[in-house]
Structure formats: C-alpha cells, structure tokens
Design a protein around this ligand. Structure first.
Ligand SMILES: [Zn+2]
Length: 289
C-alpha cells in the first residue's frame, strides 16, 4: 500500500503533468470504487486542473472548484498513459482498470486508476470540499507538517494505552503512516512494536519523534522526482525490516522476524528492538503445538 512518501511523490508527479490541463473524459469502469455520486464524476469534464495535494494517504486533485480525491488502499495504483486508446474501456473481471481520466489534446494522455486482486479497497470521491470525505475529516496531524512539534507528538503518545505499532498506523492519530513505515520507524527508534505509547519516557518519546520524522523525510527524499511507475520499487529498496522476514537486519545482522495477524503482519529485528527476545506469535505457537 502506498503511504505518505509514495503519495507525496505521486502528487508531485501529477502536479507537473496535470495542473493547467483540461479534463476531457472521466470513464468509470469499476463502479464499486466510486464512493460519491453528487456531483457525478462527469462534472469534472471540461474543467481545468488546479493544484494536486495530499492529505495523509489521500491524493487530492483540485479540478475547477471540485476535488477528485483518491485513496489507493492496498492494491490500488495510478498509471500515467501517454496515448490512451480512443474507444471506451470495457469492464471485465480480469481488467484491473477502475477509472480512466483523459485530458484534452491531441496526445490523448491521462491516467488510469487500477486495482489488482480481489480485496477491493480503492476509493474515489468527487466532492466540493475534501473534508466531506470521512477518511480525510478524521485524519490526525501530518508528521511532516512543519508545525507538528515534539510537544504535539508527546501529547498524542501520553494519553494512549495502546501498543506503538497500532498507534503509529492509526490515521486518526497520525496521517499517512501505514504498516510498512510504522515497522521502519520502530526499527529506527530501536523500540518494540508492543511497547505501550503511554509508557514512553521523555527520552524515548524524543527518540521516536526523531525516528518518525527522519524515516519519512528520507523516504520522501528518495522518491522525489520519480515517475509513478518507479515508486513501488523504490519503496521496497529503502525498507530495512518491513517485508524482509528471514533476511539480515542491515544494522546488526540479526535475522528479521515476523508476527502475523489475521489480515496483516509486522516485521522487526529482535536485537535492535526487543532485547534479543522474539515476540509472541499466536499463529506460530499454534503451529508448534
Ligand atoms: Zn538489527
């Protein structure tokens, strides 16, 4: 799933290509991806694209007073196309295409929103104000916002009795951090994902705040200027523990371990994060019985 750094890079990529252009056609293919119907997606046609921005993991394309807001979810992606076929796309179960946006002009360029797999999570909204999107309205502060201070972060952690892994990826607490970067931030801060937020000392809170900002900043820096098609590979290259179960930790060489849940998993380094002790994995202990 694209998280803050990838969506940030995607918004910069689109800004260069879309701002000032006029939308010729909007062609929905997977109706399930459309979460609003008034105004209809066709209301975007004939309007000029303004700024492209980001709210957490939501992409926000301003189009002549309206907003096309997109949440890519787990398997959604945006593909830029230089020459889109003139004929309308046909829905089919094998076709990952959910929505096509075609710009005015000879070239027939534009973009496709696609979604692979069966778990449909891609969400597209057309609204007058991005705050009308429930997921956007409930977002916590953006960790890379220059105004987001250590005191703001400390206040968020202080009252939260949950484990850090859950707190960091809660969009209502912090906007834009998901499963991958919460693993990376905890590894950089040398903290167990099971540590309770409210139990952090002042020194630990400072270490986590620094790790959060530097991990995201570095990832944004690496993705800057990359085309939409190159972002996924770049994200993977930059990860130290997430998705690297069984491979060596780049910091200490210990083996990266995993804890599995019903619909996700986390990765961590025992030496760097948990005093060398593996975390309990209910699925694994069941298998060993
Ligand atoms: Zn390590």
């Amino acid at each position: 799933m694209p998280e803050l750094p990838e969506v940030e890079a995607l918004s910069a990529f689109l800004s260069e290509r879309l701002t000032g252009r006029v939308i010729a056609r909007v062609q929905p293919v997977a109706i399930s991806a459309l979460k609003t119907y008034d105004p209809p997606v066709t209301a975007l046609e004939g309007r000029t694209v303004g700024p492209v921005t980001r709210h957490g993991k939501f992409l926000d394309i301003e189009v002549g007073g309206l907003h096309l807001v997109v949440h890519l979810a787990r398997a959604g992606w945006l593909r830029w196309k230089d020459g889109l076929p003139a004929e309308p796309p046909r829905p089919s179960p094998r076709n990952p295409l959910a929505l096509r946006v075609r710009l005015e002009g000879e070239a027939g360029d534009g973009f496709d929103l696609t979604e692979a797999g069966t778990k449909k999570g891609l969400a597209v909204y057309v609204v007058k104000d991005p705050a009308e999107v429930p997921g956007v309205a409930r977002l916590g502060p953006d960790p890379l916002d220059p105004g987001f201070t250590f005191d703001d972060f400390a206040a968020l952690m202080r009252g939260d009795r949950r484990r850090l892994k859950g707190v960091l990826r809660d969009q209502g607490v912090l906007a834009g951090v998901g499963n991958a970067y919460s693993d990376e931030v905890l590894h950089a801060a040398r903290m167990s994902p099971y540590k309770l937020a409210a139990g952090l000392t002042e020194e630990e809170t400072a270490r986590l705040y620094e790790a959060l900002r530097s991990t995201l900043r570095d990832a944004v820096e690496r993705s800057r200027g990359l085309a939409a098609g190159e972002l996924k590979a770049e994200k993977k290259l930059g990860l130290r523990v997430h998705g690297r179960t069984g491979r060596p930790c780049p910091v200490c060489g210990d083996t990266v371990r995993e804890v599995s849940f019903a619909d996700s998993s986390l990765q961590y380094c025992p030496t760097c994060q948990t005093g060398g002790k593996p975390l309990a994995d209910r699925r694994l202990s069941r298998l060993l019985k």
